[in-house]
Design a protein around this ligand. Structure first.
Ligand code: AMP
Length: 280
């Protein structure tokens, strides 16, 4: 596996791969790899000849009071894991090579960023859409692979690709969970022992909402009340940001469960913000 830090070197290498007729796939990440990331890399390897994994803790998607400085990092371990999972190139640029000091171009998909994480993290999706556009331009991949754990992000990237007519096919992989159901996340490493024991209730709440819907509760206002009550009971110290019922494509609220519905939650446990979702 090649490790490239220089933006121009990465772009030149990617152009050469395309010129050779290789099918290439990009897996954008912020590192501190777990099985969720590795599942995307393994999947990409099945789809393409050459797999690029980017490892970049993108500063523009963090708000001023968020965890950019404390975001977990372990580049040495990530290198080993990415190689084992089948990455051909690990692209680890530094902040200043991606963003010029007077960087001034932003990519936004406002219609998909109105709710859920876009509401509580106003700069987040602008940062995500911008860095992904930069990475697509550098890597020129035929395929880019994203996780369903970040459903809103996945939906937004699909729209960005379609609206901008970018020649990239977006593929998604299911959420990888710990044995107790907690969705894997780099941020799980920041949980205290006590928080870690409570964290699986986030997913249990989603399953509870799914069960209620299956047994006839169709109104999302009633489901939301029940889910919120569940979290108050089982995660009383958690600070619930949202527990919402959305159309999975438009990321807008739905009133009734009459087709596929995205149930998405975000909760802060101590200093750590966790998200999860299911489609019911
Ligand atoms: P991150 O490094 O957290 O920005 O995530 C990089 C990619 O990995 C994104 O496409 C995420 O959706 C995906 N990802 C993160 N956690 C998981 C998980 N538990 N299961 C599947 N994909 C994941």
């Amino acid at each position: 596996m090649k490790i490239i830090t220089d933006v121009k070197n990465f772009q030149t290498m990617a152009h050469k791969e395309r010129a050779k007729g290789k099918k290439t796939a990009l897996v954008p990440t912020m590192g501190f790899f777990h099985e969720g990331h590795l599942s995307l890399i393994r999947y990409a390897k099945k789809q393409a000849d050459t797999v690029y994994v980017s490892l970049f803790v993108n500063p523009t998607q963090f708000g001023p009071n968020e965890d950019l400085d404390t975001y977990p990092r372990d580049e040495a371990r990530d290198k080993t894991l990415a190689k084992e999972a089948g990455a051909d190139v690990l692209f680890c640029p530094d902040k200043s090579s991606i963003y010029a000091p007077d960087h001034g171009t932003w990519v936004e998909v406002p219609t998909l960023a109105r709710h859920l994480c876009g509401k509580s993290r106003p700069a987040f999706f602008r940062g995500v859409a911008t860095v992904c556009s930069i990475l697509f331009n550098l890597a020129l991949p035929q395929i880019a692979v994203f996780g369903e754990k970040d459903w809103q992000q996945l939906t937004l990237i699909r729209k960005l690709i379609r609206d901008m007519h970018l020649p990239v096919e977006i593929k998604s992989c299911p959420i990888v969970r710990e044995a107790d159901g907690l969705a894997m996340s780099s941020r799980n490493a920041c949980l205290t022992q006590k928080e870690r024991t409570i964290a699986p209730f986030l997913y249990k709440g989603l399953l509870y909402a799914e069960e209620l819907a299956k047994t006839g509760m169709q109104e999302t206002s009633a489901l939301q009340d029940a889910l919120t009550a569940f979290y108050s009971q089982y995660m009383p110290h958690g600070e619930l940001d949202y527990a919402d019922f959305m159309n999975p494509q438009t990321i807008s609220p739905v009133k009734k469960v009459s087709g596929p519905v995205l149930v998405a939650v975000a909760m802060k446990l101590g200093k750590t913000r966790l998200i999860d979702n299911i489609i019911i």
